[in-house]
Unconditional design. Structure first.
Length: 192
């Protein structure tokens, strides 16, 4: 009999990612994930609705990190400044010790078109939520959507840089650099 151990969801998540990375997402079953940590398939489904959820669990917390950052932006902040606050706050969701996990997770996603689509949908949902937060702050359209979509793009570019094998800068530092590039681009557009 397997001795009960705490944090079954976390153990399932770690085991699933390792199995997905070594055997492939499609080739790995929920039962195999559960068995690899001494649990039952039924226990797996108590924690996750399906095996994709292992990779996408925490989506609500991820989005909330952005919304919390937008909420604390100064009242006089421009739409892009609000988005910058949201991005800075969200960077704390990805501490450096999470980088190895994020790299492995991304390699699993990149190997599966359905998971790529889900990841794209996740970023689109993020942009939608941030745009709504901007509208709540009385940012009009199209500025709310433009700023939110720009923020999602900055995050996507920054995250891709952060998980590169040779990268050692924090996600916050990378976000600051990418935001600087975006500001430079908007200055060029304004001058033309």
């Amino acid at each position: 009999m397997v001795r009960w151990e705490p944090d079954a969801a976390k153990r399932l998540q770690v085991a699933a990612l390792e199995l997905f990375a070594t055997r492939g997402f499609e080739q790995t079953t929920a039962a195999e994930i559960a068995q690899s940590v001494g649990l039952t398939e039924r226990t797996f489904f108590r924690h996750f609705s399906d095996k994709r959820e292992v990779l996408f669990q925490g989506q609500d917390s991820f989005v909330q990190a952005f919304l919390d950052g937008a909420e604390v932006a100064p009242p006089e902040a421009s739409p892009l400044e609000i988005v910058a606050c949201a991005l800075r706050n969200a960077a704390s969701f990805f501490p450096d010790e999470r980088r190895a996990y994020s790299r492995m997770r991304q390699s699993v996603i990149e190997a599966n078109p359905a998971l790529q689509e889900r990841e794209t949908h996740k970023l689109a949902g993020l942009a939608t939520a941030v745009a709504e937060a901007l509208r709540v702050r009385s940012v009009q359209e199209p500025a709310a959507t433009l700023a939110a979509e720009s923020g999602a793009t900055v995050f996507g570019i920054s995250f891709a840089q952060w998980i590169r094998p040779s990268e050692d800068r924090s996600l916050g530092d990378i976000i600051a650099d990418v935001l600087h590039e975006l500001r430079n681009l908007t200055r060029v557009i304004t001058r033309t």
